[in-house]
Design a protein around this ligand. Sequence first.
Ligand SMILES: Nc1ncnc2c1ncn2[C@@H]1O[C@H](COP(=O)(O)OP(=O)(O)O)[C@@H](O)[C@H]1O
Ligand SMILES: Nc1ccn([C@@H]2O[C@H](COP(=O)(O)OP(=O)(O)O)[C@@H](O)[C@H]2O)c(=O)n1
Ligand SMILES: [Mg+2]
Length: 247
Amino acid sequence: MGTVVDSANQGAGSMPTNKKVTVIFVLGEFSTSTSHDLVLEMAPHSGPGSGKGTQCTNIVENFGYTHLSAGDLLRAEIKSGSENGTMISNMIKEGKIVPSEVTIKLLQRAIQENGNDKFLIDGFPRNEENRAAFELVTGIEPEFVLFFDCPEEEMERRLLGRNQGREDDNIETIRKRFKVYMESSLPVIEYYNSKGKVRKIDAAKPVGEVFEAVKAVFAPADEKVKYTGIVCILVLAMCLQQDDVSL
Ligand SMILES: Nc1ncnc2c1ncn2[C@@H]1O[C@H](COP(=O)(O)OP(=O)(O)O)[C@@H](O)[C@H]1O
Ligand SMILES: Nc1ccn([C@@H]2O[C@H](COP(=O)(O)OP(=O)(O)O)[C@@H](O)[C@H]2O)c(=O)n1
Ligand SMILES: [Mg+2]
């Protein structure tokens, strides 16, 4: 849970808009250069093309979250003709991570403008700067991190067959993106793993099977809310009954 403060609304005379939100980060990247158990276990695998976007669509339909893809927001920013457009476009073509302040501003605005209070943030945080700056600016800690684990050859095959006209889905940029993930994302995964927040999913299977594993992660949280509600109603009913008896 966390509260987003809309910095655009903090000018003289206007009240900041505070919004309590639940956030789940959706990632799929890691490195080989560590002795950490979790990361060693994932060592032969890597990140883009692991099916983050595909599974986020399923989660939205089944669990009522809003999907915010950092990559989609950055691509929309390029299309909008923003002053940052050329810089973002060049970074994406090179597979590099766009400065956090740009991406966080886009995420914050998307959260503020949306009526929902449950968000899947896909492809973010992609490095330690992303992670630390988001926490500092928004005060939001994710409920957990959904981590899609897929062999690198499979991801490469998927990206090359994605056919969305993306300028970074070519073999040269894909290799650069894999390298950037290996170098930049490990501390983020380690950080959340040390907090017990990583939920790892085997993403090499067909879409439907991957979603079965995703459901198992989300369903218990839903059940807990339902169960707590039922217990509250029962306790209330018992209290009311006791009041009736004593009258
Ligand atoms: N489990 C899967 N099996 C086979 N292809 C998949 C699977 N999940 C996604 N894809 C396909 O792989 C490509 C990349 O998926 P996408 O969801 O865009 O990944 P990401 O957001 O992690 O880069 C898309 O063309 C998608 O249709
Ligand atoms: N937090 C982020 C997310 C994406 N990006 C940029 O956007 C590109 C595409 O990200 P994406 O999440 O859409 O890519 P996929 O993992 O879905 O293939 C990345 O390679 C980065 O160049 C970024 O700079 N910072
Ligand atoms: Mg994606």
